[in-house]
Design a binder for this molecule. Structure first.
Ligand code: ADP
Ligand code: MG
Length: 292
């Protein structure tokens, strides 16, 4: 490859908000046949809003939300921020947490005012010996609506759910249509619940959904696709996504995401706009054609 053409290519990319780290990334982009995308923060804004609060019989709604928000104040997850803001919007003043613990990909636990509390997915509740079935039943309709639902247990008993809605980014739908035109299969990869993931995927006409994936499993999914003979690009924004970005033939980071993701990626979309992938692929084609 002529370094000059590569430099012109990466320079053009930068002008369009697509930062291409090296010649290798620019060379491989034109060969991509599969795009794996993280859901939260990549397809969606990554700024969820609290929209649903439901309690089981005998549980006080505001008390549950107060305890949940108090606990989540210690977490850095975008879901936690949505809960804290939701509680503030209802005028709730928060207390303090003891024994805070965070389980990556599952949720958080701790003690608020002497009451033990857990917030997270089915897996978290099960690991604490709490049956999540009642709460899962209540959650179903909200998940079908595309909400991310968190289950809450108070004092070791199922108590209620909180649902957040994370709007799809403005350019996402157009980007997916354009990728399909280029015969690139789009695969959604998420730690979120399968029903929620499928609801969001259906709206975007995404071909395939792999949900309830733990952070460590993400890079294994990419590897498996590569072993099938595919050329895989992976787009993500979080710390959790970094190993998968590094594993992919080309890692694509959202400029609005974490530094770790950008360090692991060959391409960074400055504004976090997925349409930049199409631009990058076209740029790769033109550059490689000039070289050949
Ligand atoms: P994603 O792949 O969408 O970024 P994560 O792997 O971070 O998802 O989390 C997977 C699931 O674990 C979430 O959908 C949620 O149910 C639960 N979870 C993780 N962190 C928290 C938290 N701080 N509070 C409540 N639930 C959480
Ligand atoms: Mg994410």
């Amino acid at each position: 490859a002529t370094p000059v053409s590569i430099m012109v290519g990466t320079g053009k990319g930068a002008g369009m908000g697509v930062l291409i780290k090296n010649a290798e990334a620019l060379e491989i982009l034109e060969k991509i046949d599969t795009l794996v995308v993280d859901k939260t923060g990549t397809l969606t804004e990554g700024a969820p809003r609290l929209v649903t609060v439901k309690v089981l019989e005998g549980v006080d709604e505001n008390r549950m939300l107060y305890a949940a928000a108090t606990l989540e104040r210690a977490s850095e997850h975008p879901l936690a921020e949505a809960i804290v803001k939701g509680a503030a919007a209802r005028g709730l003043e928060l207390g303090k947490t003891d024994h805070f613990n965070s389980v990556t990909g599952e949720g958080v636990t701790g003690e608020v005012d002497g009451i033990s509390i857990a917030i997270g997915n089915d897996k978290l509740l099960k690991s604490l010996g709490i049956d999540p079935l009642n709460l899962s039943v209540v959650s179903q309709q909200y998940r079908e609506n595309g909400e991310t639902v968190m289950l809450i247990a108070l004092d070791g008993k199922a108590a209620g759910i909180l649902g957040v809605m994370d709007p799809v980014k403005e350019g996402t739908s157009e980007a997916i249509k354009a990728l399909h035109k280029e015969n690139i299969e789009v695969v959604m990869l998420t730690g979120d619940n399968e029903t929620t993931a499928k609801a969001v995927a259906a709206k975007l006409h995404i071909d395939r959904v792999i949900a309830e994936v733990s952070p460590e499993e993400k890079s294994k999914v990419v590897k498996r696709l590569q072993e099938e003979g595919r050329y895989v690009a992976m787009a993500g924004d979080g710390v959790n996504d970094a190993p998968a970005l590094a594993q992919a033939h080309v890692g694509i980071a959202m400029g609005t995401g974490t530094d770790v993701a950008m360090e692991s990626a060959g391409v960074t979309l400055v504004k976090g706009d997925l349409r930049g992938i199409i631009r990058a692929i076209r740029l790769s084609r033109i550059t490689m054609k000039n070289i050949r």
